[in-house]
Design a protein around this ligand. Structure first.
Ligand code: CA
Length: 232
């Protein structure tokens, strides 16, 4: 993969310097901003950012959370990995960050090695997307043929309802990413179906039962949502 450009938005200089030093030793191209004001002028440049690390609480025009929402509304950055860092640690905060569009969330104080590992997961997902544009997603025990809506567990086909299939396809798009119930609802809600957080739980339970030996690939993140296990 080419040199990745990472934009770090963090108002505490010590943390900013620490992250910057660590990422540079990893060979990344690091761009620093101490506020959203500064970050806005950076994202307006033609050079594309490959990954964002955004502190939630920032002085200035808007918080990191609001900036995350803003980025998601832009075509250029609707899908670029965002890792949010913050001192807020409650499940509600985490849900808010994920709902705003963050791909991952890390609480302060954090270990730089953990941050690096999270960055690697996000960058790996980009690589997978780049080469995995073909139709079959292969997770070993579990294989999914998206266009045919076919799911195979240990080479045996399993019959899922369309909602179960949708939930599974959302999860496997981003292994390691935690999806909130709200995000499933927004993706699934349609003309003929109405879903709530509780019905999502019910569908997940049904899905796990049907995929049997692959069920533990879907993890419950208590109070927050669900995640497909990053198998690598
Ligand atoms: Ca801060």
């Amino acid at each position: 993969m080419k040199n990745t450009s990472i934009l770090v938005i963090e108002d505490e200089q010590d943390i900013r310097d620490l992250i910057s030093f660590q990422l540079k030793t990893e060979g990344h191209n690091v761009i620093l901003a101490e506020s959203v004001d500064k970050a806005i002028s950076i994202v307006e440049r033609p050079e594309k950012i490959d990954l964002f690390i955004i502190d939630w609480m920032l002085p200035g025009v808007m918080s990191g959370l609001e900036f995350t929402k803003k980025l998601r509304a832009q075509k250029t950055y609707s899908d670029t990995p965002i890792i949010m860092i913050t001192a807020l640690t409650q499940p509600d905060n985490i849900v808010a960050a994920l709902d705003a569009g963050a791909d991952d969330y890390i609480t302060k104080p954090f270990d730089l090695n953990v941050l690096q590992a999270r960055i690697r997961v996000q960058l790996r997902n980009i690589e997978k997307d780049e080469k995995n544009s073909e139709d079959t997603l292969d997770f070993g025990l579990l294989k999914i043929e998206i266009s045919k809506c076919r799911v195979l567990v240990d080479k045996e086909e399993v019959n899922l309802t369309s909602t179960e299939f949708k939930i599974l396809s959302i999860l496997v798009q981003k292994p390691g990413h935690v999806f909130t119930r709200e995000q499933f609802i927004n993706n699934i809600q349609g003309e003929n179906i109405f879903v709530t957080g509780r019905t999502i739980d019910t569908h997940i339970a049904g899905l796990r039962k049907k995929i049997g030996s692959a069920a533990n690939m879907i993890e419950t993140i208590r109070g927050i949502g669900y995640r497909f296990k990053d198998t690598l």
